[in-house]
Design a protein around this ligand. Sequence first.
Ligand SMILES: Nc1ncnc2c1ncn2[C@@H]1O[C@H](COP(=O)(O)OP(=O)(O)OP(=O)(O)O)[C@@H](O)[C@H]1O
Length: 248
Amino acid sequence: MSTALFEARKLTRRFGALVAVSDVSVALHEGEIHAVIGTNGAGKSTLINLLSGELPPSSGEVRLGGQDVTHWPQPKLAHAGIGRSYQRNNIFLPLTVAENCRLAAQARVQRPFAWWESAQACRTSTARAKAAIDRAGLGAFAQRTAASLSHGQKRQLEIAMCLATEPRVLLLDEPLAGMGPEESHRMLDLLRELKTGHAILLVEHDMDAVFAVADRITVMVNGAVIATGTPDEVRTNRDVQAAYLGGH
Ligand SMILES: Nc1ncnc2c1ncn2[C@@H]1O[C@H](COP(=O)(O)OP(=O)(O)OP(=O)(O)O)[C@@H](O)[C@H]1O
């Protein structure tokens, strides 16, 4: 297998006496969707927060392209190509799809909201925003306000905003949450399409979706990894069946 693009090595995060993430190692490869599953409170969101630089680990290492980036702050990691989406909506409802994506792109090329800084930077942001909108399948909605989008389209917009920063790694926190079957289907197609050129970490509760789309799956229980493997390996793993899947 190729060298990992982005890696957690023995990451641990404590909140007081609670060990939310315990000695977790995960390797993400370009062209792959690596899902992280686990029951509520297993530590999945904390793991994403550690990987995106929003939380410092108590111990362990994060590596990007072989470089130790463990203590880099979130903006520096974003600039280096780590993109993430959130469980909560992170979009500006009164702005259009294009404006939301341009703001996200500007966060990468210049200071956000500094519209006056440079015409060239503005053109670059606009081009990146347009490419991201098209890739996320929202081309027909670019001039619509975010408020007028359906729930599923808002989740697509969050992905587009992430893509507008031109990341190499996508950390996606429950992109299917609240979606109906048709919207989920469209999102899964989008995720499959986004594998090209990206390494994707997917935290998702919808097991059918995870097993349909993931190349590798890591299973967490109480902060620790109990199994990692292909969907077939994980499905037939006795520890996973006992602890989590209930014979899925
Ligand atoms: N900022 C914090 N301070 C204290 N405890 C926290 C904090 N963030 C998370 N925790 C605790 O860490 C544990 C892991 O939480 P986390 O949100 O990472 O789990 P999760 O697997 O993402 O859960 P869910 O599937 O419900 O989103 C939980 O017991 C949670 O209460």
